[in-house]
Design a protein around this ligand. Structure first.
Ligand SMILES: [Zn+2]
Length: 240
């Protein structure tokens, strides 16, 4: 496990290669993926984790009060107001976990897959709105492992276009070429939405998927591996 913490009755985690590939859509053996997902649920003591079929869009799927579907719905974010565990899969794109506090009610949980496209098109704004839609007052976010601004090189036109949408997103790579700092832009954006970003992961070099082989990186390996960002309610669980 790359990172795991508990905050206000909620568990937050980001997996790494120790847990193995958790994506069913990247050409891995489906049985092996199912086995790893079950192992993860057992390790963390979770009810079935809800996943979505990610398409680099901005749709937020609300699982509150629903049963586990036969096929995962197409979406790039999910929200649950009843403590249902949520998972999001990435390899370089940003996994973001959100926890919304509610007075006299359990926290609202959310996950989002924010790559360049989703981030620029508003997936985080929509996810925050969905959390607030369940009555959350204060929201806290954890930005998981992703490619950092020193490693994510893009064509100059792409950098200029991104800069028009999210000023400050452009970085300079180690090679001195234009890049994008997705984690930094997400941090600024979430701050502007009154979301408190957790200090863990602030050092993006230390949390860079491309620079750490125990993290999955599509840009480095072109492999099937995806890591998971997870959030779940720990309320009512016996910690002994
Ligand atoms: Zn890096």
């Amino acid at each position: 496990m790359w990172f795991q913490t508990e905050w206000d009755g909620v568990g937050i985690a980001f997996t790494d290669a120790t847990e193995g590939n958790l994506a069913a859509h990247t050409g891995d053996e489906p049985e092996a993926v199912t086995r790893r997902r079950r192992a993860l649920e057992t390790e963390l003591g979770l009810a079935p984790v809800r996943w979505v079929r990610q398409v680099h869009g901005t749709v937020v799927h609300d699982v509150t009060g629903t049963h586990v579907p036969r096929t995962a719905p197409e979406a790039d974010a999910a929200v649950s107001a009843d403590g249902t565990p949520l998972g999001i899969l990435t390899a370089d794109c940003l996994p973001v976990v959100l926890v919304g506090e509610r007075p006299r009610a359990e926290p609202v949980l959310a996950v989002a897959h924010a790559g360049r496209k989703g981030l620029l098109e508003g997936v985080l704004q929509r996810t925050v709105a969905a959390v607030r839609g369940h009555g959350a007052t204060g929201i806290r976010a954890w930005i998981g492992p992703a490619v950092c601004g020193r490693c994510y090189e893009v064509p100059p036109e792409m950098a200029a276009q991104a800069q028009r949408v999210l000023p400050g997103i452009v970085s300079t790579t180690d090679r001195g070429t234009p890049g994008l700092d997705l984690p930094g832009a997400a941090r600024t954006l979430l701050g502007s939405l009154d979301v408190a970003v957790a200090p863990e992961g602030a050092d993006r070099t230390a949390w860079c998927t491309l620079e750490h082989t125990e993290l999955y990186s599509y840009r480095r390996d072109r492999t099937t591996g995806r890591l998971a960002g997870l959030v779940w309610s720990t309320a009512g669980k016996d910690d002994a």
